[in-house]
Structure formats: structure tokens, C-alpha cells
Design a protein around this ligand. Structure first.
Ligand code: HEC
Length: 473
């Protein structure tokens, strides 16, 4: 009667919160029957010895506690199973063998109560059944929460093959050269494994979605496909990872560590490019949109310029530059890298200064030409100082025309263009400066929309656009 009432009201489909709350205690409560029943088995074995005979009257209490706690675990487990999202087959066996543990342990209780001193075969058969089903249930329970592969993931290969599992796959070697980075295996799959597969694996298929392999990822979840190759807008997976974090649908859920902006950008590019299952990033990204992001994401953009052997500079050149008002310093003790600063000079920069600087092309890695009267025509020679890591050009009358000359400065990490006339021409040159980490653009002809576009197209770049703040997206 009552049951039909509950069913008619969709009670089982949507149990009240309080029952769900209780259900979540199942993983805690299950440890009680395990403890009591193991203790009962040990005590049962021990009391075969005369020395432990005095323990016999207590055996029934141990079995009784085991049975009661097993009943609680079964009840809470049932409530938890209503919350869904478990592998149906494993859940089925887990439920029934859990029920069997309850029945066998209750039977052990009654036998030890009625006939505490017998040690006939039926009693031992029951004890063995209770213990066996308990171990089996526990194992299935572990599979339900951690996934089928959890227990044997790191097992030696012979053990894995006994369990019918394939040998461990060698982990993919860490990518050390951008050219070898495979889009799915080295990027997407790694992201899924670090942030998503704890809830979306073969054993625990939240939303009926498995993200452990390419084919499963494209198969989708309970509401159909989650990735529509080539269509970002229609891809549920992309929608979920770009929602505000507090949104109910945001993934990863439950406050788990979210994907980084770079990871989201890479996933976005991957789906937009048709979500290929294989292919190298460098081949797929013909427009070089994502390469700098990937480079930075994989930590491959560390500048190796500092490992180069640099010959000592020509001292006479340094002397002439100093006479022209340059301040020149060695940057480090154990090599010949130089820092040249003209910003304090009274005089404006002239062509012959640049010719002198050309002679220090190899050694010069920092150059400060702020407020030095640099013009667009000068930038061609400055653009040939290929080892520059830091370049300050703020406070000069330079514009989009000139700065295109800087495109060869692929070692550049910091570029200061405060108070210059640069504008959307930056959109063309910045992507070529593959190591650039920071650009200063306060008081230029750049407006909000250009700044935003620049940030959109160069995700890992820090743009100081307002006085000190990098722009927020
Ligand atoms: C803490 C557990 C958890 C983690 C981690 C997690 N998810 Fe989910 N996910 C869920 C649950 C629960 C659902 C089903 C409820 C819902 O639709 O919101 C779900 C549903 C989804 C769906 C919708 C499936 C469908 O067909 O409706 C997508 C897409 C998804 N997750 C993607 C991801 C991605 C991508 C990540 C990693 C960035 C991730 N999830 C990490 C728990 C998680």
C-alpha cells in the first residue's frame, strides 16, 4: 500500500534530500560491518583453542553487530544507489551480494546464539560465505566509486593478465619538442585525465559520459553528443567548461579544480578544428593560432638563449657607445650578456648609434631606448638585434608602420610601448613574437576593443593596458 503510494509519487525517481543525505553516508557506514565481521571470523577461529574458550559467549554479539551494521549499510547503500550514475551491471551485483552479506551474517548470529558450542560444517560454510560475499561486495563497491581499473592500475603485468586486463600501457613520454605534440594524446586526453575522468570513467559514468578515450568522448552522454566537431556553440562540453563556476552545469562539478584558461583555449581550438583524433598540433594549426599557447602550456617556451656561449664584446665599441651617452652593463657574471640603456641621455638617438649597437648584436639582450627620440625608420636596425629579451621603446614617436620591423625578435619576452602611437598593427606583429610574455600599452592608440582582441588572440600574453593592471577578460 505505502509502496504503491511512494512509487505513484515518483518517490524513487526523486527521493527527498534527507534520504539522499543519508545515502551519502554509505561509504562511511560500510566499514562497520567489515570491521565487525572480520573480528567475528577471527574470534570464531581463535575460540577453537582452549585458551580462548571463555570468548565463546561473546561471539554471538560480534555476529549480531556485524548483521545490524550490514543492515544499515544495505539501507544507506540503497539510498545512495537512487542517486544514480553508477555502472548498472556492477551496481546490480554489488546490491545483491551486499544483501547476501546481511543474510549470511544474520544466519551466523542465529547459529551462534542457538548453538554456541557447535562447530559443524554448516556453521563454517556460513562463515565462509559471509566472509567471501563481504570481500566480493567490498571489491565491487570499490570499483563503483573508483572505476573498474582503479585497483589493478599499477599492478604488475602478470597480475593484470590473470584478471584479463591488457598489459599496462607505457605512459606517453613527456613532450619535449613542440613538433611531436599530438593533439589528442598529448593535450586533450591529458586534460581529461587530470580534471574530468575521476567522475567520467567506465565505472563511474556521471551523466552517462565517459571521457577516458576519444571514441567515448565523441559518443557523448545521457543527453547525446557533447562534442560537435567544428561547432563550438553546439558543443555541450565546451558550454559546460566555460560557464561561470557557480553555475549548476559547470564542469568539473563539486568545486573540483577547473580547467585553466589555456586548457579551455586549447579545447576550443580543437573542437573548432573538427576535434581530430590524431595529428600534430603544428600541422593542424596552419594559422598558428594555438601554437604559442600550446608551447607555453607544455612549458616548451623557456628561453634557451641564456645557455648559449656568447663571445666577449668588442671593448672599443662599448667605449664608443658610452661616449655617446649609453650606459652599458654586464648582466651576469659568468657570461657576456649586456644591458644597454640610452634613456637617461640628453640627446636623441641617431643612426650611427644603431650601427654601433649592431656590433653588440650577440651580447645585447636588454635595451632601453625609452624617451630617446626613436622614429619608425630606426626600428629596422633595432629589429635586427635578434637576441633581445627585453626592449623598452616607451615615450617615442613610433607607430604601426615601424613596429612591423620587430617581427624577428623571437627571443623577446618583454616589450614596452607606453606612450607611443602604436595601434591595431600590433595584432599582426605580436603573434610572431612567440616568446613574448608581457607588453605595455598604456597611453597608445590602442582602444578597448583592440586590447581585447589582442588578448583573445594571444591568450598567454600579459597585457598592461591600463596603468598597472593587466586587462581583465
Ligand atoms: C566531481 C565529479 C565530476 C567531475 C570531476 C566532472 N564532472 Fe562532468 N558531470 C558530473 C555529473 C554528476 C554530471 C551529470 C549531471 C549534470 O548533467 O550536470 C556530469 C555531466 C557532464 C556533461 C553532460 C553530459 C550529458 O550528456 O548530459 C558533460 C559534457 C561533462 N559532465 C563534462 C565534464 C568535463 C569536460 C569535465 C572535466 C573538465 C567534467 N565533466 C568533470 C560530474 C563531474
Amino acid at each position: 500500500m505505502e509502496l504503491t503510494f511512494f512509487l505513484a509519487n515518483g518517490f524513487l525517481d526523486n527521493p527527498p534530500d534527507f534520504l539522499k543525505f543519508l545515502g551519502r553516508f554509505h561509504p562511511l557506514v560500510v566499514h562497520l560491518p567489515i570491521g565487525f565481521l572480520l573480528l567475528a571470523v577471527i574470534a570464531q577461529l581463535a575460540t577453537r583453542k582452549i585458551k580462548f574458550h571463555p570468548l565463546r559467549p561473546f561471539l554471538k554479539y560480534l555476529w549480531g553487530l556485524g548483521a545490524i551494521s550490514a543492515a544499515l549499510a544495505v539501507l544507506f547503500g540503497y539510498l545512495l544507489s537512487l542517486l544514480g550514475d553508477y555502472d548498472a551491471n556492477t551496481l546490480f551485483w554489488h546490491k545483491w551480494s551486499g544483501g547476501a552479506v546481511l543474510i549470511f551474517s544474520a544466519a551466523c548470529y542465529f547459529i551462534s546464539k542457538r548453538r554456541p558450542d557447535t562447530s559443524d560444517i554448516s556453521k563454517w560454510a556460513l562463515i565462509i560465505l559471509a566472509t567471501g560475499t563481504m570481500i566480493y561486495t567490498g571489491h565491487l563497491g570499490g570499483n563503483l566509486t573508483h572505476g573498474q581499473t582503479y585497483l589493478l592500475e599499477y599492478a604488475p603485468n602478470p597480475v593484470r593478465s590473470m584478471a584479463g586486463l591488457p598489459p599496462k600501457t607505457e605512459p606517453r613520454p613527456k613532450v619535449t619538442v613542440l613538433d611531436s605534440a599530438e593533439v589528442y594524446l598529448d593535450l586533450i586526453s591529458l586534460m581529461m585525465h587530470s580534471k574530468c575522468t575521476s567522475c567520467h570513467n567506465d565505472g563511474k559514468k556521471k551523466g552517462d559520459l565517459v571521457l577516458t578515450s576519444y571514441s567515448n568522448m565523441l559518443r557523448g552522454g545521457e543527453n547525446g553528443e557533447v562534442i560537435i566537431p567544428g561547432d563550438i556553440e553546439a558543443s555541450e562540453l565546451f558550454r559546460r567548461i566555460t560557464l561561470p563556476e557557480e553555475h549548476d552545469d559547470f564542469m568539473p562539478s563539486e568545486g573540483k579544480r577547473p580547467l585553466t584558461e589555456q586548457e579551455v583555449a586549447i579545447i576550443e581550438w580543437w573542437i573548432a578544428s573538427g576535434a581530430p583524433s590524431e595529428g600534430r598540433v603544428t600541422e593542424l594549426d596552419s594559422e598558428k593560432k594555438i601554437i604559442p599557447v600550446v608551447n607555453n602550456y607544455l612549458g616548451l617556451d623557456k628561453n634557451d638563449i641564456f645557455n648559449k656561449e656568447i663571445p666577449p664584446p668588442d671593448i672599443s665599441i662599448i667605449d664608443s657607445l658610452r661616449n655617446q651617452g649609453f650606459i652599458i652593463n654586464r648582466l651576469m657574471k659568468d657570461n657576456y650578456f649586456l644591458d644597454a640603456n640610452f634613456s637617461l641621455s640628453e640627446r636623441e638617438l641617431i643612426d650611427s648609434d644603431l650601427i654601433l649597437l649592431q656590433n653588440l648584436k650577440e651580447q645585447l639582450i636588454w635595451l632601453d631606448l625609452s624617451n630617446s627620440g626613436v622614429k619608425d625608420e630606426h626600428l629596422e636596425k633595432i629589429g635586427q638585434l635578434e637576441n633581445l629579451v627585453k626592449l623598452d621603446l616607451n615615450g617615442n614617436d613610433i607607430s604601426d608602420n615601424g613596429i612591423q620591423q620587430l617581427e624577428k625578435l623571437t627571443n623577446l619576452e618583454s616589450l614596452n610601448l607606453y606612450q607611443t602611437n602604436v595601434s591595431d598593427g600590433l595584432l599582426r606583429v605580436i603573434p610572431k613574437l612567440t616568446r613574448l610574455q608581457r607588453v605595455y600599452l598604456w597611453k597608445t592608440k590602442i582602444n578597448d576593443s583592440i586590447a581585447l582582441r589582442l588578448q583573445e588572440e594571444n591568450k598567454s600574453l600579459k597585457i598592461n593596458y591600463n596603468r598597472e593592471e593587466p586587462i581583465d577578460q
